[in-house]
Design a protein around this ligand. Structure first.
Ligand SMILES: [Zn+2]
Length: 209
């Protein structure tokens, strides 16, 4: 670090660089802004961040982020147990909730298959998903992974798992742009994608390939 920064300032700027898309310039801007204009906000941020990091874990049923053992989506009695929607991230789950088209349960992979980054079935919690498919009345698995190469590969594997457990699989597709991450898809489009989800029954040979 240059000699123009005090060690504490340099460390703060460095810490901001752990945020996605934040380089030296943005990190400096955030650090200066908080110290010059918003010390109260900075203190609150530090406290909330520490609380969240210490207390938030994963729901033991669906892997959603929560400070409770089981999250509100799993505990709610107003949801349909026969249908389970698999998403890549908590942000995807919230995007689907905001579209208000789906009232079943969720399973959050916390990523997608990516062998190059060492992300395989274990990292995605697929053993937990299999347990769930084996011990419940789930009739349909909705594969709402991204419409990307990795999202498709993940959906392919999930469809094979569903087939093994005799559960019908469907894939959202219609309206979601190719290369699209769910999180950034608008509610209207997501809503149509759910209503028009495609059954994967007819493409079993392709799935087995
Ligand atoms: Zn849950």
């Amino acid at each position: 670090m240059t000699e123009s920064y005090s060690p504490l300032l340099a460390q703060l700027i460095d810490a901001f660089k752990c945020l996605p898309g934040v380089g030296q310039k943005s990190a400096q801007r955030m650090a200066f802004n908080l110290l010059q204009r918003n010390r109260e906000g900075a203190r609150k941020l530090a406290e909330r961040l520490a609380l969240a990091v210490d207390n938030i874990g994963n729901c033991e049923r669906c892997r959603m982020l929560t400070e409770d053992p089981v999250c509100g989506f799993c505990l709610s009695s107003r949801r349909d147990d026969a249908i389970l929607c698999v998403v890549e991230t908590p942000a995807d789950l919230l995007a689907i909730e905001q579209a208000s088209v789906y009232r079943g349960r969720y399973f959050v992979l916390m990523g997608h298959l990516s062998p190059i980054d060492g992300i395989g079935p274990t990292e995605l919690g697929l053993d937990l998903l299999e347990q769930r498919l084996g011990n419940s009345d789930i009739e349909e698995l909705v594969l709402a992974t991204g419409v990307t190469v990795e999202g498709d590969a993940t959906a392919h594997l999930l469809a094979q798992i569903a087939q093994r457990h005799g559960v019908r699989a469907s894939r959202i597709a219609y309206g979601v742009p190719v290369g699209g991450e769910l999180e950034f898809t608008d509610s209207g489009t997501l809503s149509r994608a759910f209503t028009g989800r495609l059954s994967l029954e007819s493409s079993k040979e392709e799935l087995g390939a």
